[in-house]
Design a protein around this ligand. Structure first.
Ligand code: NAD
Length: 348
């Protein structure tokens, strides 16, 4: 790799995966520029340079990718099911602008490689109607029928990457993530995903002594979950590979959301009472088929769900404790909780 290839841009470097990726690349000797609307929220970035930029704007994308050899394109307006299923117009508008301008700026600046982070949300609704779903292969993407605007936007950006490669010779790589989780991810505020939301709710149950934990839907919907360390390793391997077609990046062990909650409760060391409530659930079942990933990379994610959840839960319990302070457990209260305490033990 030439000197320029050792200078990389990570967009979305203030977000969960981007922040971890910057650290991973720095450890491998890269000079890294991060770009995002915001700095990482919990720990400082390891980036050599960090630009606060709105990447919906063309001139900002041009500035972000100037003088680097490769771009990891992670910036996106996104969140868990609660956010994705309620902000279709915003997501389609913002992410389309980010993707179109990021790719065109990369071409203008003579970037050698650009890796785009797509999602399992591109897969058609009609293949994900049962909890016991067949794992999704890359070719299952068509005929297209993603459930949400988020999936459509990702699919269009995948096509854009392919056409930029064919028409302009920009080497593009396309990764379809399946539920990435780990420490330093969003864990409250409405954009958090299921593993982080469940860790938060179970940490709350532990701190308050109230065992009830809300689960959206009947808890029988299924997913696979991939730990962040495997994710950034996979991203790097795919960027370095010769494979230009979309590739799944995830685990292929499927669990129900109820099972996920039980695993986290066991790690927390408490007994929970699952309260199933109406809420956005996304598709009924989803799993990753890693056949092609194994063929292309000779590797697939290897960190177990239990191991990943242990680190994630410990981190989220710490955040919850720090945010809420010392809560008097229900069992230790001799009088009605004060209005202030009621606010702090509220579930969300
Ligand atoms: P994240 O929300 O933590 O990070 C995305 C970052 O993009 C945020 O820091 C946000 O501020 C930034 N961003 C949003 N709009 C921007 C703008 N206009 N200009 C500059 N920056 C902007 O999300 P993440 O989990 O780190 O996801 C990274 C990428 O992976 C995204 O493209 C996402 O769609 C994709 N993805 C993630 C998952 C997952 O499980 N986390 C699954 C599928 C796909």
């Amino acid at each position: 790799m030439d000197w320029n290839g050792k200078r990389v841009l990570v967009t979305g470097a203030g977000g969960f995966i981007g922040h971890h990726l910057v650290t991973f690349l720095k450890r491998r000797g890269y000079w890294v520029r991060g770009a995002d609307l915001k700095y990482p929220e919990v720990t400082a970035t390891d980036a050599d340079e960090f630009l606060l930029l709105d990447l919906r704007k063309w001139e900002n994308c041009l500035e972000a990718s100037r003088g680097v050899g490769e771009v990891y394109a992670l910036a996106a307006d996104m969140g868990g099911m609660g956010f994705i299923s309620n902000h279709h117009a915003q997501i389609l508008h913002n992410n389309s602008l980010i993707n179109i301008h990021t790719l065109e700026a990369a071409r203008t600046n003579g970037i050698k490689r650009c890796l785009y982070t797509s999602s399992a949300c591109i897969y058609p609704d009609y293949l994900q109607m049962n909890a016991n779903v067949a794992p999704l292969k890359e070719e299952n993407a068509y005929p297209a029928q993603p459930q949400d605007a988020y999936g459509w936007e990702k699919l269009i950006a995948e096509r854009l990457c392919m056409h930029y490669r064919e028409d302009y010779g920009l080497e593009t790589r396309i990764v379809r993530f399946h539920n990435i989780f780990g420490p330093l991810g969003t864990w409250d505020g409405g954009r958090e995903k299921a593993p982080a939301a469940l860790c938060r709710k179970i940490a709350m149950a532990k701190l308050t002594g109230d065992p009830e934990v809300e689960i959206w839907g009947d808890g029988q919907q299924t997913r696979s979950f991939c730990y962040i360390d495997d994710c950034v390793k996979g991203l790097y391997k795919i960027m370095r590979s010769d494979y230009a077609q979309p590739l799944n990046l995830g685990q292929d062990r499927m669990v129900t959301i109820d099972e996920l909650a039980d695993m986290i409760a066991e790690i927390a060391g408490i007994r929970i009472v699952k309260e199933h409530v109406p809420g956005p659930q996304g598709v009924r079942g989803r799993n990753s088929d890693n056949t092609r990933l194994r063929q292309v990379l000779g590797w697939e994610p290897e960190i177990s769900l239990e191991e990943g959840l242990r680190g994630t839960y410990a981190w989220i319990e710490k955040q919850v404790t720090a945010k809420l302070g010392k809560i008097v457990p229900l069992s230790a209260r001799s009088v009605q909780p004060s209005a202030e305490q009621m606010v702090s033990v509220r579930k969300g």
